[in-house]
Ligand binder design. Structure first.
Ligand code: SAM
Ligand code: SF4
Length: 318
């Protein structure tokens, strides 16, 4: 198992398998992201090397992972690499068609991003009228046995405050985990300064109606969890801006352009392109270890007018 210079065990890989996305979420989209993508064979080579270095969890992300027509094969190949957990984050636009196949291919868990339960708000955030499909995908994911399904909702001041309570209420009868994510600044996108809403404000909205009880948070989970008495599911807050969780960071991010980013908020990366091209296992292992060695202890403070921002969310995969 790899340890960084600050004693953190690095066991979680987030792999953005494409920069392409059919949605244009206002807070995420900043670039025109056309680039080549790893082939199935590249992915197989890469994930097996990560697994051999003690990586235990892998998240398939993007861009939008479901835009890849070979997504079920990708999950199958990743599953063969013997991680403890293979998970995916998706906007869910065609999950109603592929959830069963993804499950059969070995996907262990799924996170679906849903910022609003209101069709027109959903459209104004994503610029695609796909709410009905995404909702169908959520129901299908539950029905084929993903358990628990997590919903990711980015908190957006002036846009989706009125969705917070309805989303929380979805945890009443379902074993769902609804996680509210603080908006992070993305380069070339001025959305953050105007629409940042802190998790504390979201808690105030929820506590205007319900009492939140703290729920134990597993080590390395980035969300802090709460429960409402009598509700089946959980509510989580990912406080990337108000309170960073760098002290327990256990992850590396790998892009579809073959760059390993040791920190979401740093432009420093290690290119593994040649190692992948020449199937050089020893070189790839060395480069992964180098990425672990240059992991910073923490990122700087993020605030309105911040200098800290994410270069390219769709490349980095969130
Ligand atoms: N397309 C997939 C999706 O939307 O779930 C996967 C990639 S997306 C980059 C991964 C996660 O990052 C999503 O839950 C999305 O809401 C979140 N995200 C994107 N931009 C963000 C931002 N500026 N601040 C906070 N979260 C963001
Ligand atoms: Fe696409 Fe996901 Fe970014 Fe939305 S958050 S634009 S769905 S990558």
């Amino acid at each position: 198992m790899l340890k960084d210079n600050f004693g953190r065990e690095i066991t979680y890989l987030r792999f953005s398998i494409t920069q392409r996305c059919n949605f244009r979420c206002v807070y995420c989209h900043s670039y025109n992201n056309m680039s080549s993508e790893p082939s199935l064979d590249d992915i197989s080579f890469i994930v097996n090397v990560f697994s051999s270095l003690g990586f235990k969890k892998i998240r398939i992300t993007g861009g939008e992972p479901l835009v890849r027509n070979d997504i079920v094969d990708i999950v199958r190949v990743v599953k063969q690499a013997k991680f403890d957990e293979v998970v995916m984050t998706t906007n869910g636009y065609r999950l109603h068609q592929v959830a069963r196949d993804l499950k059969a291919a070995g996907l262990d868990r799924i996170n679906i991003s849903i910022d609003s339960l209101n069709r027109s708000t959903f459209l104004s955030i994503t610029s695609l009228d796909k709410f009905d499909d995404v909702y169908k995908g959520l129901l299908e994911a539950i029905s084929v046995g993903f358990n628990p399904v997590k919903i990711n909702t980015v908190l957006l001041r002036g846009i989706n405050e009125s969705d917070i309570l309805p989303l929380v209420e979805m945890t009443k009868d379902n074993n769902l985990i609804v996680r509210f994510i603080e908006l992070m600044p993305v380069k070339g996108n001025s959305f953050f300064d105007e629409h940042f809403l802190s998790y504390r404000d979201a808690i105030k909205i929820i506590e205007s109606k319900y009492k939140l009880e703290k729920h134990p948070t597993p080590w390395h989970e980035v969300a802090s969890y709460y429960k409402i008495n009598g509700f089946k599911g959980l509510i989580g807050f990912i406080t990337s801006v108000s309170q960073h969780f760098c002290g327990s960071c256990n992850r590396l991010r790998l892009t579809s352009t073959f760059k390993i980013f040791p920190c979401l908020f740093s432009s420093e990366y290690v290119s593994i392109k040649d190692a992948v091209l020449y199937r050089d296992e020893k070189l790839l292992k060395d480069l992964i270890m180098e990425s672990v060695n240059i992991k910073p202890p923490a990122h700087g403070e993020i605030k309105i007018g911040t200098k800290e921002f994410i270069e390219n969310m769709q490349e980095l995969g969130g």
